[in-house]
Ligand binder design. Structure first.
Ligand SMILES: Cc1ncc(C[n+]2csc(CCOP(=O)(O)OP(=O)(O)O)c2C)c(N)n1
Ligand SMILES: [Mg+2]
Length: 363
């Protein structure tokens, strides 16, 4: 028998679970300017998450999806993007959106139920939060294909979860990108869980998520998703490749969802309480911190100061966000606005749902 094709999946990692270099490091891994900025982004993400959960618990936000444990993933992929690239996030990428220029106030507004939070002033071409699982992968390849047709050297970075890889939308997006060589970087964040479903159920171990595009002509790579350095360098490479016409890449980031799925979830019902503590890839913030300390660019004191500074920044953003009144003053936002700005012309079925809602609201 002859072999028709062979495929390999490589694994990228620069730091071990304690933050020690496992081999030669790229130049950026010794550049304090870049690294400290990314570290700050990760700590801000964790700080913002904690505040958002507290606000949801006191009735100020409707819901929230924390990214505890995934800070390296969201900051690494965003920091590797250029300004003209486009981020197409899911709902657990607050840190990536913040890095790209979305403000804390805008994120708070969005999670408080106010769509004006999605009309962010900063990265105008980036996409808003996508809650319908996996659907954003299709939007991403559409945008990427448009860049290709226009001859623009821009990459699209599409983020989705391990659970989303079981959606038809994701396979259709991969297929389209493979056929048309769209300049897109697919980032599958394997955080071990899709609400209460362990990633192994979707075959994450037998057939790695990184391998899901191989038959479609999309190279895949698995990355230690708690190693900022590996995520950053892999995304840099894949985005550059996309911009110069090299086609799509699928990156799997192996990480752990440290918190509940969302503020409506109780993970103690389906996984051991201490599972994160025994997860072999450690805590991404701690790992980068140890690397920075070893280089002589950081200290525990500086960390404490940074935490204090970011606490103040997040609190100030919450004060700003309250000025919209959406989350604090009655009457709260008119529920009928959920039908606005979905279609240029509202289809008749949505129109009748809107009428029905107004009817029961009024009764
Ligand atoms: C189309 C669709 N089906 C179901 C849901 C409910 N839902 C929300 S998140 C989720 C699991 C997603 O898991 P994963 O893709 O691993 O992302 P993670 O939440 O772990 O970041 C499900 C089933 C949804 N939002 N959209
Ligand atoms: Mg998941």
């Amino acid at each position: 028998m002859t072999i028709v094709a062979r495929f390999e999946i490589h694994y990228s990692r620069f730091l071990d679970a304690e933050g020690k270099a496992v081999g030669a490091l790229p130049a950026f891994a010794r550049d304090p300017g870049e690294l400290v900025a990314m570290y700050r982004g990760m700590v801000l993400t964790r700080r913002f998450d904690a505040k958002a959960v507290a606000l949801q618990r006191t009735g100020r936000l409707g819901t929230f999806a924390v990214s505890l444990g995934q800070e390296a993933a969201v900051i690494g992929l965003a920091a590797a993007m250029r300004e003209g690239d486009v981020l197409v996030p899911s709902y657990r990428e607050s840190g990536a959106m913040l890095w790209r220029g979305v403000t804390l106030e805008e994120l708070l507004l969005y999670w408080g139920g106010d769509e004006r939070g999605s009309d962010f002033a900063g990265p105008r071409d980036d996409f808003p939060v996508a809650v319908p699982v996996g659907t954003q992968a299709l939007h991403a390849v559409g945008a990427a294909y448009a860049f290709k047709l226009r001859g623009e050297a821009r990459a699209v970075v599409a983020v989705f979860g391990d659970g989303a890889t079981s959606k038809g939308d994701v396979y259709e997006a991969l297929n389209f990108a493979g056929v048309w060589q769209a300049p897109v970087v697919f980032v599958a964040v394997n955080n071990q869980w899709a609400i209460s479903t362990f990633q192994g159920f979707a075959g994450g171990e037998r057939r790695p998520f990184a391998a899901r595009g191989l038959g479609l002509g999309i190279p895949g790579i698995r990355v230690d998703g708690n190693d900022l350095l590996a995520i950053y360098s892999t995304t840099l490479w894949a985005a550059a490749r996309a911009r110069r016409g090299g086609g799509p890449t699928l990156i799997e980031l192996v990480t752990y969802r440290g918190g509940a799925h969302s503020t409506s979830d109780d993970p103690t019902k389906y996984r051991p309480k201490d599972e994160w503590a025994s997860f072999p890839l450690g805590d991404p913030i701690e790992r980068l911190k140890q690397h920075l300390i070893a280089l002589g660019h950081w200290s525990e004191d500086q960390h404490e100061k940074l935490e204090e500074e970011l606490k103040v920044e997040v609190l100030a953003a919450w004060k700003e966000a309250q000025q919209y009144g959406t989350m604090t003053e009655e009457p709260f936002l008119d529920p009928a606005t959920m039908f606005d700005d979905v279609f240029a012309e509202t289809p008749s079925d949505l129109e009748s749902q809107r009428r029905y809602m107004l009817e029961i609201e009024g009764s």
